[in-house]
Design a binder for this molecule. Sequence first.
Ligand SMILES: NC(=O)c1ccc[n+]([C@@H]2O[C@H](COP(=O)([O-])OP(=O)(O)OC[C@H]3O[C@@H](n4cnc5c(N)ncnc54)[C@H](OP(=O)(O)O)[C@@H]3O)[C@@H](O)[C@H]2O)c1
Length: 247
Amino acid sequence: MSDFDLTGKTILVTGATSGIGLAICRAVQRMGGGVVATGRDRERLDEVGRGLTAERFRSLAADLVEPASRDAMAAELPKLDGIVHGAGALALSPSGFLSASKLRALEAINYEAPVLLTSTLVKSGTLKPGGSVVFITSIAGLFGAKGHILYSGSKGALAAAGRSLAIELASKRIRVNSLAPGMVRSGMAGEAAGKLGDEAMAAHEREYPLGFGSAEDVAGPAVFLVSDAAKWITGTTLVCDGGFTAR
Ligand SMILES: NC(=O)c1ccc[n+]([C@@H]2O[C@H](COP(=O)([O-])OP(=O)(O)OC[C@H]3O[C@@H](n4cnc5c(N)ncnc54)[C@H](OP(=O)(O)O)[C@@H]3O)[C@@H](O)[C@H]2O)c1
C-alpha cells in the first residue's frame, strides 16, 4: 500500500456540501478512505452521500458557529485519522465599511469554528494520535488585496494558530498544516465574480500563470496532507494557486 493511500483512515470534512469540501470528500474516497461529511444543510449532505460509496460515508449536520450544534456533532463522531476544515465564508468590504458585527461573523466561521472544533476533538481523543489537521486558508491570508481586510485577517489568523497547534500537538504525533488556495471556481468564486464583475474576473485570471483552479485542484493537496506521505510535514502552509504568488 502506498503512503498516499487512505485505506482504513476516516477523515472529517467540514464544508462538505459544496465546492472544495465536496471535492475533498470525493478525493478521500478515491484514495480508499472513509469520510464523515458535515455542513448545515441535511438535504445537501444527503445529496453528497448519494454520489459517494455508502459504506465509507457518514454525514452529520451542524452549524459550526453555534457551540451547542458544533459540540453535538463532535460527540457523534467516530475516531478520526484526519480533519479537513473546509467550511468558510467570504466577506469583501473596503476599510471604510467595516463593522464589528461583520468582523465577528466572519471570524466565527473562518477562525473560531475550526480552532475550537480542533481543540474539542483533540481533548476528547476523537482525533487519534498520529492524525492530521488541515485548515483550508487562502492566499489572502499571506498577501494583501483590496477589500479583503476581514477575510485576510481571518485566514491569516487561522494559519498562525495552526503553526502553534502544530508545535503543541507534535507530542501526540498530530500534524497541523494549512492549505492556501488561490482563486478556485466554486460557490465562493461566484460570489467574488458577482462583486467584481466578469471583466475584472477575466483580467484577474490572466494574472494566474495556470489560470484559476478547480475544487479538484485543491482536493489532491488536501489528500496528500492527511496521508502518511506527508508524515514529516507540520506547521506549514502549502500554497496551491496556479503560480499566482510566484510572480
Ligand atoms: N473558492 C475559492 O476561490 C477559495 C479560495 C481560497 C480559499 N477558499 C476557502 O476554501 C474553503 C471552501 O471554499 P468554497 O469555495 O468551496 O466555498 P463554498 O462553496 O461557499 O462552501 C462553503 C462551505 O462551508 C459550509 N459552511 C458555511 N458556513 C457554515 C457554518 N456556519 N456551519 C457549517 N458549515 C458552514 C457550507 O455548507 P452549508 O451551506 O451546507 O452549511 C459549504 O459546504 C473556504 O474556507 C474558503 O475560504 C476558497
